[in-house]
Design a protein. Sequence first.
Length: 318
Amino acid sequence: GQLNSLAKAAGLLYFGTAVDNPSLTNTAYTAVAFNLSEFGQITPANGQKWDSIEPSNGVYSYTQGDAVTSKAQSAGQILRCHNLVWYNQLPSWVSSGSWTTTTLESVLTSHITNEVLHYKGQCYAWDVVNEALSDTGTYRADVFYNILGTGYIPFAFKAAAAADPAAKLYYNDYNIEYAGAKLTAAVSIVKNIQSSGGRIDGVGLQGHFIVGSTPSKASLVAALQTFTALGVEVAYTELDVRHSSVPASAAAQQQQAADYVTVVSACLAVAKCVGVTVWDFDDQYSWVPSTFSGSGEADLWSSNLVKKPAYTSIASFL
Ligand code: XIL
């Protein structure tokens, strides 16, 4: 069987992948990406980010996002939409603007409303706010926090809820997959949205892991349950497991396979963990080598589109 078919039979809603625009011209790649048996869910890797959608104030461009979402919809795949508010890939007109509370709230409302309405009815979920926290659990001192304080997060969730009542609204971050100050701070974000009268439906745990240093299943399950105890669902939204040095040995590839299975098994162990999304499936299009110097081979297929041991192990586990 193939990953999504197996994952659904095991009780998940989907097994998904990110897809970026440059890969759409590779027909061998798209034959896998838009195969519903393999992937039941697609996340546009870049095309729905602020710099792509609203490069200047009030000027909206949906070409890049739609190129991915239209292919997913033709294939019958569900969409995780990513993302509305993030300090990164944020155009300088936002990050370096001279804002008051009122003008920045207005910019946020316009951006969120326009984008969510464009995709209304198409998104299973929206990552409303992405990576608001530093690794020590403090708020990132980005333009939103600096001008609006912690209230920008409930504010953004309320704007998204108003524009698409049916989409599930997620907070998404990394290094919240195991106990620590950052997980505790993410719990506070969920509670803060809830106590302000906002709606949050889910927490996305990105899951960018390192071969041999992936948290244990018990630690992953405990973190997932910390969130589900608040009444929200959870998902692994950007899973990859990178080798610290490449090319990886056969033994390292077996460890990578075991690490992937650990994460998938953690999700299956928690009823409200709805799915697992890999942050692309083919090493050729992985974000890892350009971000973590010297690291790589983090995905389920090698760069010549051959399934790696990690694929086989997940499939036999499922
Ligand atoms: C990455 C993309 O994959 C890259 O192509 C881009 O250059 C940078 O962003 N966390 C996220 C994703 O939430 O949006 C990031 O995607 C990876 C880390």
